[in-house]
Each structure stands twice: as C-alpha cells, then as structure tokens.
Design a protein around this ligand. Structure first.
Ligand code: HEM
Length: 411
C-alpha cells in the first residue's frame, strides 16, 4: 500500500495539529496505509533532541506495545511529553517516582501498594457522597440566571472532590489543593497566563503537603487510607516522597482527564440530541465508556524500545521513541463498527481510552466511570433542557484532548 503523504514537518506532538480536529483524518490514513510510521522531528521539539518517533495508530498495535513493557519501557524516556517538559524539566530523577514512569519490578511493587486505594469496596464507599456532590453541582448550575460555562460550573468540581475524598484531604485544605492542581494542569496554553514557574511551585507545594500528611501518619497512625499506604513496615509501604508523588500524579491523572471526559460527553450529547433523549429516558450503563471512547481525553503516551524489535512490519531500534495513539485506536474500524458514530449503547466497547491493558492500565478507571455516571445522571435530572450556547473552546495541547470552555444554557 502506498505510504500516505503527510504535509512537510507534520508532527502529532505539535499542539496546533490537534488543536481543532479530533479525530484527525491523518490517523485514519495511517491506520489504513502505514499503521506504524516514523515521524521525523527536527531540532528541539517538545523538549527532546531525538530525531523523531514512531506513530502507532492501530488498536492491535497500541495494545501490543502497552502489554509488552519488557520491549517498550516507560522509564527510559518520558511517558508524558508536556507534563515532563513543563513541571519536571529540572528534576528528571524525581519523575522516576511517578508510577506512570516506572517499569517492573519497581512499578509492580508500588502499584501493589497504591491499588489498595482503588478497591471496589473503597470506590463503593465513596458513591453516596459523590452522588450528593454531583446533585449539588448540577442544582447550583441550574440556578444560574443565564448561560454558563459548563467546564467551570459542572465538569471541574467532581474529579477534584473525588480525589480529595479518596485520600481523605480535610475540607479546610481542599481549596488550596484544588488551586495547586488546577495551576499544575494549566501548562502552556497562553490564555491561562500561568507561568511555568507557577506550575512548578504548585507541584512542589502539593508534594510537600502530601509528604507532611505521610510523615504525620507514620508518627501517629490513624484508621485512614494514608496510614494504609505509608505506615506498614518495609516493602508493603510507600516512603513519604513516594506518597508525595502519588498524590501529585492523582491530581494530574485523575483531574483533567475526567474533567474533559465530562465536558466532551456533554458536548457530544448536545450535538447528538437523539442520544441525549435516549440517555434521559434509559440511562444506559454503557454510556460512560462510550463517552470516554469518544472523548479520548489522553491522546497518546510514549514508550521507548528497550531492544531492537519489529512492530507492524517496521524495524524498531533500541532507544527509539514509540508514540501510542489511543485517539486513533479508538476509531479503528477493525474493532469498532461505525467508529465515528457516538452511540451510548455500544457494547462491547473495548476502547483504549484508559490505556492499552498493560501494567499501567488506568488505576482510577472505576472511579472515573462512576464520576461520569453520577454527573450525567445529575445533569439529566436537573437540566433536561440544557442546550449549547457557543462552540467549545479547545485547550492548546498535543497530549490532552481538552476543552477550556463550553457555554450552555437552560430553557
Ligand atoms: C493511568 C486515562 C481517570 C489514575 C492512565 C492511563 C490512561 C488514563 C490512558 C495510562 C495507561 C497506560 O499507560 O497503559 C484516564 C482517563 C480518565 C482517567 C481517560 C478519565 C476519564 C483517572 C482517575 C484516576 C486515575 C479518576 C485517579 C483518581 C490513574 C493512575 C494511572 C493512570 C494512578 C497510572 C497507573 C500506572 O502507571 O500503573 N489513565 N484516566 N485516572 N490513571 Fe487514569
């Protein structure tokens, strides 16, 4: 098959490429004709000096890379382009403390500890409190007199509250935690006017706060989740700095992702009114997964080849960077019937929005699905007549499929 021609200098990691169009037509082209494609880069792109990366666009290949950490490492090079560039540029060693950037066996050890936070029982225990929050958020938005921004009024709050509930952040501290978290994720979109310095300071303050929490519990164990994570002896326990970075990762991994899933979901409902009607009538349990497939808030992650290997008929060299594009895999016609149709009854729905099923598969998936369910149930009850007032304003980012503002109104 002929190689698709991409425009000169085309690069998926360029924020302006993704800015206005997801899914990208280039993904469909590559999936069809060259599913593993070398994308050359020149100069210092996104903070790296490498000469390029492999773009992996088919569902099967994204899964393969994700499930073979021995071939495709998360720690040899960064997994998170923008996060790395903007927050941890001076602290390459520190990023190794983030679960996403670890390889087995270190990853296995830390993941076994932190997954205690996400047991089905722990998530069920949060459900009622989060339901109450979701209803309050929707009721508050409904009582606004005119059009409002769905992102700030509805989508932002629940993901932050969920993380705070999960690790037991006291009510009085939540405002500052939310402020740090939001500053950290508001990286380089010029409109946010948050400098790199401020983002970095916020990350440092959040880590220090969490490390203090850990130190407290080590000294005075309590009956709470922080104690469970940090107070056991030896191998079964996190060090205080590991706990600090775990909380930092939750604030990034669990915050913006869910916020964007909720916002994209609302936009999809309001631009597919028959799906919104169906949702209000039947509340299908399959809706949240389709929202995540449709939104694919995390466009891609990266791995680095640990040895020479082959993928999709291409020779990958040891040290090559490999970009796995969930946003492409989630529209792969070999896996999804009518992949470009938003269908909240889609079942099965083996999307890769939460990752490709390997050791790094999203730890917060059940919590995210719960949050999405709760918020849409609350919005459908409180504002069944919600309508779009303007077009979404997109986040300038190559890594996050984000929406900054979505004006909606009732009546
Ligand atoms: C990892 C997506 C919500 C915590 C990941 C990965 C993706 C992802 C793509 C990487 C998977 C891989 O490399 O194979 C999402 C999406 C979400 C969401 C789309 C919302 C719709 C959450 C929430 C939390 C969370 C709510 C926690 C509060 C994590 C953690 C990891 C992770 C801790 C790292 C796991 C590891 O490295 O072992 N997520 N996520 N995520 N996510 Fe999520």
């Amino acid at each position: 098959m002929p190689c698709p021609a991409l425009p000169d200098g085309f690069d998926f990691t360029d924020p302006d490429v993704l800015h206005h169009r997801v899914p990208l037509p280039e993904f469909a082209e590559l999936r069809r004709a060259e599913p593993v494609r070398w994308i050359p880069q020149s100069g210092n792109v996104a903070g790296f000096q490498d000469e390029g990366y492999w773009a992996v666009t088919r569902h099967a290949d994204v899964k393969y890379v994700s499930t073979h950490p021995e071939l495709f490492s998360s720690s040899l090079n960064t997994a998170i382009i923008r996060f790395n560039e903007h927050i941890e540029r001076d602290a390459i060693d520190a990023q190794r403390l983030i679960l996403l950037n670890m390889d087995p066996p270190e990853h296995t050890r830390v993941r076994q500890i932190v997954q205690r936070v996400f047991t089905p029982r722990a998530i069920r225990a949060l459900e009622e409190r989060l339901r109450t929050r979701a209803r309050a958020i929707a009721a508050h938005a409904r009582d606004r007199s005119g059009p409002f921004d769905f992102v700030t009024e509805v989508a932002c709050e629940l993901p932050l509250q969920a993380i705070a509930e999960l690790i037991g952040i006291p009510q009085d501290d939540r405002a500052k935690i939310f402020d740090w978290s939001n500053k950290m994720i508001a990286y380089d979109d010029p409109e946010y006017a948050i400098t790199e310095e401020v983002g970095k300071e916020s990350a440092t303050e959040l880590i220090a706060y969490a490390m203090n929490m850990a130190a407290d519990r080590k000294e005075c164990p309590a009956k709470d989740i922080v104690t469970t994570l940090v107070a056991a002896e030896g191998e079964g326990s996190l060090r205080s700095d590991e706990f600090g970075f775990f909380v930092l990762m939750l604030a990034v991994a669990g915050n913006e992702t869910t916020r964007n899933a909720i916002t994209h979901g609302m936009h999809a409902f309001l631009t597919h009114p028959e799906q919104w009607e169906l949702y209000k009538r039947e509340r299908p349990a399959t809706a949240a997964e389709e929202i995540v497939r449709w939104a694919t808030p995390v466009v891609s992650f990266q791995r680095t080849a640990t040895q020479d290997t082959e993928l999709g008929g291409k020779q990958i060299r040891k040290g090559d960077r490999v970009g796995i594009f969930y946003a492409s895999a989630n529209h792969d016609p070999e896996v999804f019937g009518n992949p470009d149709v938003f269908d909240i009854t889609r079942d099965p729905n083996p999307h890769l929005g939460f990752g490709g099923g390997g050791p790094h598969y999203c730890l917060g998936k059940s919590l995210a699905v719960l949050e999405i369910d709760l918020i849409f149930n609350a919005v459908a009850d409180a504002m069944p007549d919600l309508r779009l007032v303007g077009d979404p304003r997109r986040l300038r980012s190559a890594w996050i499929n984000g929406v900054k503002e979505l004006q909606v109104g009732t009546g």
